[in-house]
Write a protein that binds this ligand. Sequence first.
Ligand code: NAI
Length: 338
Amino acid sequence: MLSRAALRTWAAPSSRLFSSSSPRLTKVAVLGAGGGIGQPLSLLLKSDPLVTSLSLYDIRGAPGVAADVSHVDTASEVIGYSADHLDQALEGAKVIVIPAGVPRKPGMTRDDLFNTNASIVRDLAAAVARVAPTACILVISNPVNSTVPIVAATLEKAGVFDPARLFGVTTLDVVRAARFLAGLSSANPADTAVTVIGGHSGATIVPLLSQASHGKSVQGEAYEKLVHRIQFGGDEVVQAKEGAGSATLSMAYAGAKFANLVLRGLNGEKGVMTPTFVKSPLFADQGVDFFSSNVELGVNGVEKIHPIGELSAEEEKLLAACLPELKKNIEKGKAFVA
Ligand code: NAI
C-alpha cells in the first residue's frame, strides 16, 4: 500500500462518457489495474464523479499507477495495493472491475486464454466472496463467456452468489457496433446505438442491426461485412498490435462507460439500460443460462432483463449459431469450478 491522495478540488465532468446524478460514497476496485486495460481504465474511473474512492490492485505495478492517477484533480481518493494486499483492496468496495489476466496474441481465440485466466478469475472471485460479498462484479477478463460462469460458480460455492450483481462486460462490442455502423451511414455514433446480444467472442456476438434506426438500411454484402467486423473487430486490434496485446484503450473506455451505468443504477437513476452478459432466463431452457441482452440497471444491480425483441431472418441465423457455442463456453467455465 503505497500511495494515498485525498484531493479537495472538484472538477465537473465534461465528456459524454460519464453522466452523473448526485454522487454517493462509492468505492470502486480495479483488479488488474497495472495492465494495458487496467491503467487507462483507472484513469477514466478517476474522472468519473460517481467514484468517490478508487482502489487499484495488481500483482505488479498498482501502487505506481495509483500514485500517478491520484494527481488528477478530481475529488476521489486513490489507493494502490500490491500483491499481498488483495483483501484490503476489496474492503468496502461497492463495484469491483476485473481486467486481470493475459490478453490474446495474433492467431489466438479468446478461448485460448482459458487455461491461464480461469484460475486468476476464480481466485479473485473467492477473495471477493470473502471480503466484499455484496459488491457488483464487472468481469472484463476473457473468455468472458466462461469467466462469468466461473465467478458465479465460485460465489455460489461460497454461498454468496447474487445473480443481480454479476456482469460480463460486453460494452466494447456495443461501442464497436455503434462506431462501425456510424462509419457506414455517415452518422454520429450517438445516433447509431446497436443492441448486441449473446456472448463476447466471434459467432456468439449477435448485433441486432434490424432494431437500429440506421442499421435497417445496411443490406447484402455490406451487412455481412458489418456483422463480421462487429464479431471480429477485436482481431483487427490484435493483428495491428503485432503480439503486444489486444484492445486496451477502447476497452478501458467501454469498461468505464459500463461502470458509470452500473453506478448510476446503484444511485437510483431510473431507465439506465445497456446490453450486458448476466445470468439470464431467456435461453436457460436450451442450457444457455448466461446471456447478454438489454438489462435495466437499478439500486440492486440487475433490475430487469429485457427480451431480445423481434429478429430479422439473418439475425435468427446468427442466434442459432451463437447458442451452441455459448453453451459450450458456459459449461467449460462451470466444469472448471466443479
Ligand atoms: P495485460 O497483460 O496488459 O494486463 C493484465 C494485468 O493483470 C497485468 O497487469 C497483470 O499483472 C494482472 N494480473 C495477472 N494476474 C493477476 C492476479 N491474479 N491478480 C491481479 N492482477 C493480475 O492485459 P490486458 O490487455 O489489460 O487484458 C486483460 C484482460 O482483458 C485479458 O484477458 C483480455 O483478453 C481481456 N479483454 C477483454 C475485453 C472485453 O471486451 N471484455 C476486451 C479486451 C481485452
